[in-house]
Design a protein around this ligand. Structure first.
Ligand code: UDP
Ligand code: MG
Length: 316
């Protein structure tokens, strides 16, 4: 099979028939063998019925329906586990992404050797309240992930070599960082293609402003995982040592001042009135906390099934 199209959807009944016939048309015009995988993320409208009737007249259409709304990432992950095509293409269900981009994306994976190609909505049809924070978000994501050539991490329209989707696990809200996940999994040829974008035709967006807060928190998590995921002591041990040294220095100051004042008639030094006393207390307790976090992190890592997963490019 050439292509699996994975489409996560949540309450998109109006868009589905139009989207499906558009994809079918593109596939037939280009002679691709394909499957369309709808992942119904717990829709409460008639989306599932619509998909059923679409699947009745085309046996290349398959669907999974969640019992409740889990989110876009779980939906994508479920589609990824099932996708059989050589190239896997993800696309939003709301007709904002154009199926006409499929042949171009397919070609970049198949002929130009890309592992992952992300769409870039260079000209966007979204409100300014969304496009402006998105610019900032992408700039941070580029910096943190080290994937310098991507302008639009969170574009719903992406193409993957099949092996890539089998080696990444998208959970929580991590769909925003799939290129970063792929890079951490060992896939380096990550490219970009300018894609046509349209204003939402039916329904409304499913994400609110909390996307930006959560987006940054997730980026922090991913950065931490990729840097210290299997060696947590390297960060916690360093922080702990620094804190401990600071505490030790403060204790020395307290000690010296006390000894000096004990031998002096006029100078009285009270340990509990000194900032250094409190500094030493706080720093040493924090240092110990960091160390303990590090040890616990190491124990967890030791038991993680991921600890020895390496992507081997070649064996000779
Ligand atoms: N979506 C989903 N589960 C959710 C939220 C969204 O499957 O909990 C789907 C949604 O139906 C659409 C895609 O993810 O197909 C992108 O969502 P949306 O268009 O609302 O995001 P935006 O374009 O505003 O970023
Ligand atoms: Mg949309």
């Amino acid at each position: 099979m050439d292509i699996s199209v994975v489409i996560p959807l949540y309450n998109e009944e109006e868009s589905l028939p139009e989207l499906t016939s558009w994809i079918e048309r593109v596939m037939e015009e280009n002679g691709f063998s394909y499957e369309i995988l709808f992942i119904d993320d717990g829709s409460t409208d008639r989306s599932l019925d619509t998909i059923k009737s679409l699947a009745n007249r085309n046996d290349r259409i398959h669907a999974v329906s969640f019992s409740r709304n889990y989110g876009k990432s779980p939906a994508l992950n479920t589609g990824f586990r099932r996708a059989k095509g050589d190239v896997v293409i993800t696309m939003d269900a709301d007709l904002q992404d154009s199926p006409d981009e499929i042949p171009g994306l397919y070609k970049m994976i198949k002929e130009e050797g890309y592992d992952l190609v992300s769409g870039w909505k260079k000209k966007r049809y979204d409100p300014l309240s969304k496009t402006l924070p998105t610019k900032l978000f992408n700039a941070t994501a580029r910096k943190v992930s080290g994937i310098k050539n991507l302008h639009d991490f969170n574009c719903g329209l992406k193409a993957y070599r099949n092996a890539v989707v089998k080696h990444i696990e998208v959970y929580g809200d991590m769909h925003r960082y799939i290129p970063y996940l792929a890079k951490n999994a060992g896939y380096r040829k990550i490219g970009e293609k300018v894609v046509h974008h349209q204003a939402r035709k039916y329904g409304h967006t499913k994400f609110g402003l909390d996307r930006f807060v959560n987006g940054y928190l997730d980026l922090g998590t991913l950065w931490f995982q990729s840097k210290f995921g299997v060696k947590p002591m390297h960060i916690f041990g360093l922080l702990g040592s620094m804190m401990f040294i600071l505490g030790l220095l403060a204790v020395l100051v307290v000690l010296v001042l006390k000894i000096v004042s004990m031998n002096s008639e006029t100078y009285h030094f009270y340990v509990t009135k000194s900032v250094y006393f409190y500094l030493s207390l706080a720093a040493m307790i924090m240092g110990l906390q960091f160390f303990l976090s590090g040890f616990i992190g190491e124990l967890i890592t030791r038991n993680s099934p991921e600890r020895n997963n390496y992507l081997i490019a070649e064996e000779i």
